[in-house]
Design a protein around this ligand. Structure first.
Ligand code: HEM
Ligand code: HEM
Length: 161
């Protein structure tokens, strides 16, 4: 098992976090364009709309890259004294986060390029689930740092291959 995460894994983690944040903050362009598309079959392209599509596809590429590294290397073990229930919750959350980081952009692409209302509904539901899981994940990271006082947060900051 590796002792920690590599520099590439750490950069990818925080870069993907920043890009996902941008997707949530700047979604008005794509939401308006998709509404026009569904209502009238046409839309006016805007830079913000294009940003959502390009950033979303970029996220998918970076997530696949990150998953390949993760599956090849494995992950550092959680602290030994951590309760089994918390370890299970952390692993489950990580798997669900990876799954949603793939399914959210894929559903967006099917919605946009296939003009599919069903895929757009799935995109909206899954982005909300992603948001809840990220909140849980951040809460977990803060509990590690301030309650359990472990090095789990710092290992997503300092590379230790
Ligand atoms: C991880 C990547 C992505 C995230 C976090 C994300 C997030 C979001 C959010 C927050 C909305 C607003 C939903 C609402 O109005 O409540 C949205 C809408 C939308 N996104 Fe994405 N998105 C991602 C990737 C993509 C990609 C790659 C595409 C297409 C190439 C896409 C296409 C769309 C479309 C068409 C809508 C409008 C759907 C609707 O309003 O019903 N998204 N996205
Ligand atoms: C969009 C937001 C985020 C997503 C999708 C995300 C996703 C993930 C995933 C999938 C892992 C597992 C890494 C692996 O084993 O391959 C991870 C690890 C980690 N994340 Fe995040 N993360 C996000 C934001 C954050 C934030 C804001 C923090 C800090 C407050 C954070 C702190 C950590 C830490 C400390 C780890 C390492 C856990 C460990 O070593 O077991 N993450 N993240």
């Amino acid at each position: 098992m590796p002792h920690g995460y590599t520099r590439t894994q750490i950069i990818l983690h925080w870069l993907i976090f920043a890009l996902i944040l941008a997707q949530f903050v700047f979604h008005d362009g794509i939401s308006d364009a998709f509404e026009d598309l569904e209502r009238s079959g046409t839309f006016t392209g805007t830079p913000l709309m294009a940003q959502h599509i390009f950033t979303g596809i970029l996220i998918l590429g970076l997530v696949v890259w990150r998953l390949v590294i993760r599956l090849r290397r494995g992950a550092p073990p959680l602290p030994e004294n951590e309760p089994a229930m918390l370890k299970l919750a952390a692993h489950g959350t990580h798997i669900a986060l990876y799954l949603l980081m793939v399914l959210v952009p894929v559903s967006g692409m099917v919605a946009w390029f296939g003009a599919s209302g069903d895929a757009a509904d799935a995109h909206e539901i899954m982005k909300s689930v992603l948001l809840v899981l990220v909140a849980l994940h951040v809460a977990g990271a803060l509990v590690q740092k301030f309650v359990l006082k472990t090095n789990v947060l710092s290992r997503m900051v300092k590379p230790n291959p």
